[in-house]
Design a protein around this ligand. Structure first.
Ligand code: ADP
Ligand code: ADP
Ligand code: MG
Length: 675
């Protein structure tokens, strides 16, 4: 076994690898960019090397620099994590050439699966069922159009070099094929430097079921059962589980054998995942799944398989890389219970799930003591005070639960998500909570379109209700909200602002007017102090009577006969209120700043995030209708179309194609609305 390894990654996966290495007594070397100098993975490692500036191309993708650090530190092997250099055969060869061990599969195996078209060809030859489609070299749009007709609609256009759901377009209508192809090719070129696309039949009611495989250098290849990753948004996994709902021993066996076949065909060793698309229109069938691709690395969602098998996959990876045979065989592994993983991201769910950034000013994870031992696991590379920048994947944490049954595990997931509080950046926690409580999901009727079908329902949780708005109003007046005052009475005994006790009305008015803003909406409220910790919050159309009491840092709120826990945090003019994992961020508008919400900006189209303008559809002086695409911004390797918010005339386009823009930069000015 190695005595020292270098981890060529950052964030949660670097931390996760370090944890196992430490348990095995292996010393660890981290690498970091300038932006990550204070990051958790650096703090966790025994030593660390600065490898360059924040952009990944100058740091985490600098294979040569990283290999240099490994040699300097005396590390014997490099663990790539996932992403970055994990699936780069050139890097693997360079590592080996330097006399180091790559903790992962052989370069040839990575190469064989690197491009989806060649991989499908190879798998077809190995007798693994593949999705019907066209995966040849001819990229002539007219030819591909014809292929799509032959395959039959709906079809899926995929970048052969694709990953992370990027460079993919589903086409329902043949009339849209050319535009979708162009857009997929553009995104593929921008993300992967390779515009070549393949066309696949879009499988109806698709379920994404993948097999975990493990091989060693002694000719053993086993599978460690399946994961269902059907809960996806834009082809990206959101919640994963193991085993798969509705899986039978027969289908599992067939899928397991196909996965082992796939791995054997390319001389695989180490951890890998063979992804299948399964027909979910009825019960799973042994002839109802097809190979999509193989991920030749540790997968983001590997913890759910670790939970049900009781194995540590990083330990297995290290053993295999060190030349040991797999310590388990197909006959000795079995499934115990059920596991879910939810990916918590800094995202603006209300604005189409755009990646969000910010400093995590508040972070409290669910208390492990509330769960049975081993039932809750949180993998995270982020601590309170850390910055989520636009340079890297905006993942905050993976919340993983393990229970005896699917229902038990799902209930734990809902509970764990509800106890996760993140402040300072927007997150998808409310969305995840809503998803974990979704009826169809609960009954195991999962398919990759579930989220898209119910997006409205799943994202509505982001709207504060009257009670939440009332709490914000109370917090804006300083009447409640000091989350730090654990166990304390939320009302100061001697408040200089409101007289010596709120219940008394001698020296101060019995009511206060206040305004709080949420997103671009403002709420005017009048607060009456009714008694000790008892308030009436009056809106134009009704009154909320609110009673509060502090319990272990949460504020228990009784309103309309319903007692519920909330968590509050006020910093300056911002007020964060958490309820069931959802965080509602309010502002107290500053009247002296003419702060009237975002309405003054209604005629400006601004960049929702830093990025590059790739396409401009708008032109000065031209009329556009609501919803019409004005330009395309490429950010975080994805294309984001910005559309007209209303019928309008373009006053001025302020950017050029190819231009880099900062978040908030004004891109287009519209003529003001006449009304
Ligand atoms: P997995 O297949 O391991 O579950 P995904 O399919 O979500 O992971 O992502 C595939 C790869 O793309 C991973 O290696 C991951 O690191 C990378 N990736 C996913 N999302 C992003 C992102 N927003 N920015 C950069 N890389 C990403
Ligand atoms: P990536 O490399 O981005 O992970 P995949 O080929 O694995 O690309 O596909 C990503 C997702 O797209 C899958 O998990 C699945 O939800 C969906 N998908 C892929 N191929 C098909 C298909 N032929 N029919 C229906 N859905 C598909
Ligand atoms: Mg995939």
């Amino acid at each position: 076994m190695f005595s020292k390894i270098l981890i060529a990654n950052r964030g949660e996966i670097a931390c996760r690898v370090i944890a196992t290495a430490r348990r095995l007594g292996i010393r660890t070397v981290a690498v970091y960019s300038v932006a990550d100098a204070g990051a958790k993975h650096v703090a966790m490692a025994d030593e660390a090397f600065l490898i360059g500036p924040a952009p990944v191309a100058d740091s985490y993708l600098r294979g040569d620099v990283i290999i240099g650090c490994a040699l300097k530190s005396g590390a014997e092997a490099i663990h790539p994590g996932y992403g970055f250099l994990a699936e780069n055969p050139g890097f693997v060869r360079a590592v080996e050439k330097a006399g180091l061990v790559f903790i992962g599969p052989p370069a040839d195996a990575i190469e064989a699966m690197g491009l989806k078209d060649a991989a499908k060809e190879r798998m077809q030859q190995a007798g693994v069922p593949i999705v019907p489609g066209y995966h040849g070299d001819n990229q002539d749009p007219a030819f591909l159009d014809g292929q799509a007709d032959r395959i039959g609609y709906p079809v899926l256009i995929k970048a052969r070099a694709g990953g992370g759901g990027r460079g993919m377009r589903r086409v329902e209508d043949p009339a849209d094929f050319r535009t979708s192809l162009e857009s997929a090719q553009r995104e593929a070129e921008a993300s992967f430097g390779d515009p070549v696309c393949l066309i696949e039949r879009y499988i109806p009611r698709p379920r994404h079921i993948e097999m975990q495989v493990f091989g060693d250098t002694h000719g053993n290849v086993i599978h460690l059962f399946e994961r269902d990753c059907s809960l996806q948004r834009r082809h990206q996994k959101v919640i994963e589980e193991a085993p798969a709902p509705g899986m039978t021993a027969g289908v599992r066996d067939a899928m397991g054998r196909a996965a082992i076949e796939a791995a054997r065909a390319i001389g695989y060793s180490g951890a890998g995942t063979v992804e299948f698309i399964a027909d979910g229109s009825g019960p799973l069938r042994s002839d109802g799944f097809w190979f999509m691709e193989m991920n030749t690395r540790l997968q983001v969602e590997h913890p759910v398989s670790e939970a049900i098998t009781g194995l540590d996959f990083v330990e297995l990876q290290l053993r295999v890389a060190a030349g040991e045979p797999l310590p388990v065989s197909q006959d000795t592994v079995s499934i115990n219970g059920w596991s879910f993983e939810a990916r918590v991201y800094a995202e603006d769910v209300r604005r189409g799930f755009l990646p969000a950034t910010g400093t995590v000013t508040h972070l409290s994870s669910p208390d492990g003591a509330e769960f049975e031992k081993g039932a809750l696991r949180i993998d995270s590379g982020i601590r309170q005070g850390d910055v989520i920048s636009s340079h890297y994947d905006p993942m905050i944490a993976k919340v993983i639960v393990h229970g005896p049954t699917r229902t038990a595990a799902l209930n734990m997931l809902t509970r764990a998500l509800g106890r996760h509080r993140v402040g300072g950046t927007l997150t998808n926690l409310a969305f995840l909570s809503a998803l974990s409580a979704h009826e169809g999901f609960a009954s195991g009727e999962v398919d990759t379109d579930l989220i898209a079908r119910d997006t409205d329902l799943l994202t509505r949780a982001g709207q504060p209700d009257e009670v939440v708005i009332s709490l914000a109003a109370l917090a804006s007046l300083g009447l409640i909200g000091a989350a730090e005052r654990k166990g304390a009475d939320p009302v100061p005994e001697h408040s200089p602002r409101f007289g010596w006790h709120f219940g008394w009305r001698h020296w101060s008015p019995a009511y206060h007017k206040t305004t709080v803003a949420f997103a671009d909406e403002q709420f005017d409220r009048t607060v009456w102090i009714e008694g000790h910790n008892r308030f009436s919050v009056v809106a134009d159309d009704g009154v909320q009577v609110i009673e509060t009491v502090y319990v272990r840092g949460d504020v228990m709120v009784t309103s309309g006969g319903h007692r519920m826990p909330f968590h509050l945090n006020r910093q300056g003019s911002s007020i964060d209120i958490w309820q069931d994992g959802a965080c509602f961020s309010f502002r107290v508008p500053d009247p002296t700043q003419g702060d009237t919400g975002d309405t003054h900006a209604a005629h400006l189209i601004t960049a929702p995030m830093p990025g590059t303008v790739t396409t401009i559809d708008a032109a000065d002086g031209v009329g556009v209708s609501a919803g019409e695409r004005l330009l395309v911004l490429e950010a975080m390797k994805m294309e984001h179309a910005l559309s007209a918010p209303r019928d309008a005339v373009i006053r001025k386009v302020l950017v050029m194609a190819g231009e880099q823009v900062q978040e908030g930069a004004v891109l287009i000015k519209l003529e003001p609305d006449d009304e």
